[in-house]
Design a protein around this ligand. Structure first.
Ligand SMILES: Nc1ncnc2c1ncn2[C@@H]1O[C@H](COP(=O)(O)OP(=O)(O)OP(=O)(O)O)[C@@H](O)[C@H]1O
Length: 583
């Protein structure tokens, strides 16, 4: 009882969050319809009994009454049909509305979540489960919740009907259904827990299937004949999951057979009693029809009740997860606006939440506002981590970071937005070229010197629909573009936004040498009003920067101009010479 009260409490809390004024109106209409159905259904069964009684003692002068009963029966059936159709329509409407509200809540929370939370697998699973299930489950549970009322009305009316034959009939029928209801809820909980426990396996299975069937992987998969390799992986995970669910079904299947047998023994007994009453003429023939009908309907209503309880419990368990999700730490922004964008790292040390090793160790560096800095180093030396921290994506606990002399944790979101980064693994958005660059913000600035240097205009002119050209394979008439062209769009996206610090992580890896050269030669002019941080594995490109920071094993091991580092003959010189020898 306490458990049910708690479930209802949580449930109402969730409803409070997601039900708005418009949904309340729709819900009222649905409740009205459901109540109508709850009353009409037993009436139909009652008319069926009256018809049976008249048919049992047929005489011509009862014909008009029989006709009235048949007409009423038909009338109620058609009304039932109409209100059922209306119910489906309104249910669909409320489903869309509530799903929208749930997703809005999820979206708002995800927006505020700290990025570190996405590193944790449990949180990631939780997010995905809530995202994909909570909307649907809540809607089902809300609508079924109102059906409880209709159910109880129907069950009460059917019980009164049965009780008129023998007082204990409704009692034994309901009691015989209780073990089934109990087992149903246990089986459901077991399935839910299994789904939760094996969520990672389910996700892996989907991933492997996507590798085999995904359009974006087709070249690799076909060329290397990877179908069998990945399909086998998906198959073995699928077998594991199927076996788990089969085991649950098998276990509860035996119990279900026993409870069903019990139910039909009770029905047999009621039938036997009814036959005797008809035989003794204490009740009419219609009562047999009523018993068959009502037993069927009553057990059906009780089963519905089980399903409703199941849905409510499903949501209750999801609500627990939802509450856990709402408790996840949010990124807290400061309120200070920046006047300049000089950067200072003092003894900054950082370790990713999921890692045992430090990605950055005791980093101290100062960068003046407007300086052009190249960041170099071996793979895994900490360059991207340095950038991620500067962008405020990850929070450091050891050391101090200041931008414009303000602690990074106190800077407003508005000011932090002026630090723009074009990541090495940029996203290829499956939208139009224009949207790829603007992402819903201001228009493409074709006067931007960077965009001019990238020859974006020439690229757009090569397509019939220019910037409106749809990219990717989501749409039938989507256009596929080359790797270098995608990179041009990614850089344009970054430089089209107003920035004070521009970070380019391996920006020219896919660009042709002519464009690349044009960018590097003019970099000082292109970024004249801002700080530039350029991560590059092309040592010669670093020549255009004021200073070079060489990262090694999470530390800055060199800090100086191109000429100074060449002269020093250290790590940078070693990497530079290694590349030079290839030419
Ligand atoms: N999300 C993460 N979780 C755990 N460890 C990470 C994560 N990202 C990076 N690392 C680790 O942190 C260290 C620094 O990685 P980082 O990405 O900063 O290197 P990088 O210098 O940018 O390398 P590359 O030149 O290959 O891009 C590496 O040892 C890497 O394995």
């Amino acid at each position: 009882m306490v458990c049910v009260r708690q479930s209802m409490g949580k449930y109402i809390k969730l409803l409070n969050k997601i039900v708005d004024k418009k949904s309340i109106k729709i819900l009222c209409v649905i409740v009205g319809i459901i109540l109508c159905i709850g009353i009409i259904e037993p009436l139909v069964a009652w008319l069926y009994k009256i018809f049976g009684d008249y048919a049992g003692h047929f005489s011509h002068h009862k014909l008009d009454k029989i006709i009235v009963v048949v007409i009423l029966y038909e009338l109620l059936q058609s009304i039932l049909q109409i209100v059922s159709t209306l119910k489906d329509h309104w249910l669909l409407k409320i489903s869309y509305k509530l799903s929208e509200n749930v997703f809005e809540h999820i979206h708002q929370k995800v927006k505020k979540l700290k990025i570190e939370e996405f590193e944790n697998e449990t949180v990631f699973n939780l997010l995905e489960r809530i995202d994909t299930k909570l909307g649907d489950e809540t809607v089902i549970a809300i609508t079924t919740l109102f059906e409880v009322v209709a159910n109880i009305i129907s069950i009460s009316i059917y019980s009164i009907m049965l009780g008129q034959m023998k007082v204990y009939f409704p009692f034994v029928v309901i009691v015989s259904a209780i073990p089934g209801i109990y087992l149903g809820s246990k089986k459901n909980k077991c399935k839910f827990n299994t789904a939760k426990e094996f969520f990672t396996e389910e996700r892996k299975k989907e991933y492997f299937l996507n590798v085999v069937f995904g359009r974006e992987n087709v070249k690799d998969v076909k060329l290397l004949e990877l179908e069998k390799f990945f399909y086998e992986k998906a198959k073995s995970l699928n077998n594991l999951l199927t076996n788990k669910y089969l085991k649950i079904n098998k276990k509860y299947g035996y119990y279900e057979i026993v409870t069903n047998v019990l139910k039909y023994i009770v029905f047999g007994w009621c039938m036997y009693e009814t036959f005797w009453m008809v035989y003794n003429q204490s009740i009419g023939l219609g009562s047999i029809l009523l018993l068959v009908n009502v037993f069927q309907l009553l057990t059906q209503e009780l089963e519905n009740l089980t399903n409703i309880i199941k849905e409510i419990m499903n949501v209750t368990w999801l609500i627990d997860e939802w509450e856990g999700f709402l408790q996840l730490p949010e990124k807290i922004w400061g309120n200070k606006l920046l006047e300049n964008y000089s950067i200072s790292f003092e003894n900054v040390t950082y370790k990713y939440p999921a890692s045992l090793n430090y990605a950055l160790k005791n980093i101290s560096v100062k960068i003046r506002d407007g300086e052009k800095i190249a960041i170099v180093g071996e793979n895994g030396s900490g360059k991207s981590t340095f950038i991620n921290i500067l962008l405020g994506l990850y929070t450091v606990s050891d050391g101090k970071i200041r931008i414009g002399n303000v602690d990074i944790n106190e800077i407003s979101k508005e000011s932090m937005k002026k630090i723009v980064c074009v990541f090495q693994n940029y996203i290829k958005y499956q939208t139009s070229i224009e949207e790829n660059i603007t992402l819903g913000e201001k228009k493409i600035n074709f006067h931007n010197p960077f965009i001019k240097a990238l020859e974006l205009n020439e690229l757009l002119n090569s397509f019939e629909k220019g910037e409106k050209t749809k990219l990717g394979q989501l749409e039938e008439n989507g256009t596929e573009i080359s790797g270098g062209q995608w990179q041009k769009l990614a850089i344009s996206r970054g430089v089209n936004r107003e920035s004070k610090i521009l970070i380019l992580d391996e920006p020219t890896a896919s660009l042709d040498p002519l464009i690349e050269n044009k960018l590097y030669e003019n970099i000082a002019e292109l970024c004249k009003d801002k700080t530039l941080l350029l991560i590059s594995h092309r040592m010669s490109a670093c020549r255009v920067c004021d200073r070079i920071l060489t990262f090694s094993n999470g530390q800055i091991v060199e800090n100086g101009s191109f000429d100074e580092l060449i002269e020093r003959k250290g790590k940078f010189y070693e990497m530079y010479m290694a590349q030079k020898e290839c030419y």
